[in-house]
Design a binder for this molecule. Structure first.
Ligand code: F6P
Length: 407
């Protein structure tokens, strides 16, 4: 079958396979390539009236569980075959597919169609941990406490590890680090349709809708004081409520905040207004640490620490507060925060970050091409947010007002 392809995702649970699969599917569809995902986990949940989340269900010694999962896999293979026969171009098989025998079964089901195996690894323990925390929020674990669910999921992973056979004999294979979005190894033995495009998609950041918001007004803001962990004023809380109203008709599945109270308080009314919305607080998005100047007003700094005010004026981007940070020195941690966001958001179409003035400037600069000296002066108001969209066809940055009377 010319122009047809079977993509087989491979990897332990929670390694970013589904996110990668969705990114591939969505982007190929935008290119006009008819693509569909066949996810064994989703089908397993639909096919069984009982809860199949218990770790023993996944034990290789549980004959019933093994047989059930084989039936799920066979059914998805049939569905994928029908899809390709009825005009579909790319079928993505999203499951762990960790054994050679399972992969061989897939190959023999599609003898005429080229295959590409994509193995997802994630060597970043922190990101993996955060991903596990999200997984245990799924409905299938709702009968367990968080600790029980986590323990059960870890046992499930251990079962998969015990039978794991990494890719080696498969003729076409790519090993991807799904956290870093980079290709670690690749081997292609014959022509694979859309191969270059797939490589691009695996390694390029596509942002469908990123809403970059600054927290509402705080007591420190009123006094022009920097740093600290101040709370929102009444006006700040009103801004947060206006934001929640503004997003009432858009689905926001996760809000990424910093660890500071002001960003968490700004997220609260949005979480309350949405159906299912969780908050992930990332230390990488904490505001610039002003070191010895934490808690001071700008005026106090220019009066009592003249050298700081002067040096900062000369090169605000590269300047570092004594015993604190600067814009340049925040780049690495903020970049790491963004990688976590993309790894954890499941390639959902909407992402929201509630951050701070300096940190949001750095986030924005990672998408905009701006001279570094301009970055510390990017406009970052508390009654507007940036809507960012980046795909191969367009790059849009819009500053959108909400609660217009709350400037
Ligand atoms: O809102 C105040 C604040 O977030 C401070 O905590 C931070 O030091 C400052 O803004 C960053 O802005 P600038 O780099 O322009 O001083």
């Amino acid at each position: 079958m010319k122009g047809k392809l079977v993509i087989v995702m491979v990897g332990l649970p929670a390694r970013g396979k589904s996110t990668m699969g969705r990114k591939l599917s969505r982007t190929l569809e935008l290119d006009g390539v008819k693509t569909s995902i066949f996810n064994n986990g989703d089908l397993r949940r639909k096919m069984s009236s009982e809860n199949t989340s218990s770790s023993t269900f996944f034990s290789p010694d549980n004959a019933e569980g093994v047989a059930f999962r084989e039936r799920v896999s066979s059914l998805n293979l049939e569905k994928a075959r029908d899809f390709l026969e009825q005009g579909g171009a790319v079928a993505i098989l999203d499951a762990s597919n960790v054994t050679r025998s399972r992969r061989e079964k897939i190959r023999t089901t599609f003898p005429e169609t080229p295959h590409l195996f994509i193995e997802c690894l994630n060597a970043d323990d922190e990101a993996l941990e955060a991903n596990l925390e999200r997984k245990v929020e799924l409905n299938e674990f709702s009968h367990l406490s968080k600790e029980e669910a986590l323990a059960s999921f870890l046992r499930r992973i251990a079962y998969y590890e015990s039978i794991y056979e990494p890719l080696d004999v498969e003729p076409n294979r790519i090993l991807v680090d799904s956290f870093e979005s980079c290709i670690l190894q690749e081997q292609v033995s014959y022509e694979v349709p859309y191969y270059d495009r797939i490589r691009d998609i695996l390694t390029t950041r596509v942002v469908r809708n990123l809403f970059l918001v600054r927290h509402g007004e705080t007591f420190y803001n009123l006094e022009d004081r920097i740093g600290g962990n101040s709370e929102l004023t009444d006006k700040g809380q009103e801004q947060a409520r206006a934001l929640a109203e503004h997003f009432a008709t858009q689905r926001i599945p996760i809000i990424f905040t910093s660890n500071y109270t002001r960003t968490l308080q700004t997220a609260e009314p949005i979480v309350a207004r949405q159906n299912h919305c969780s908050v992930i607080a990332l230390p990488e998005f904490n505001e610039i640490h002003a070191g010895l100047c934490e808690g001071m007003t700008y005026r106090e700094i220019s009066e009592k620490m003249t050298h700081v005010a002067r040096a900062r004026r000369l090169n605000k981007y590269r300047y570092r507060y004594p015993e604190g940070e600067g814009y340049k020195s925040m780049e690495e941690r903020v970049h790491r925060g963004l990688k976590k966001v993309f790894y954890l958001n499941n390639y959902d179409e909407n992402i929201m970050i509630v951050g701070h003035r300096a940190v949001n400037r750095v986030i924005l600069s990672m998408f905009l091409s701006r001279q570094e000296e301009e970055i510390p002066y990017i406009y970052m108001p508390q009654n507007r947010y940036y809507h960012i969209q980046i795909n191969p066809h367009r790059r849009i940055f819009e500053l959108i007002p909400f609660g217009t009377s709350l400037g």
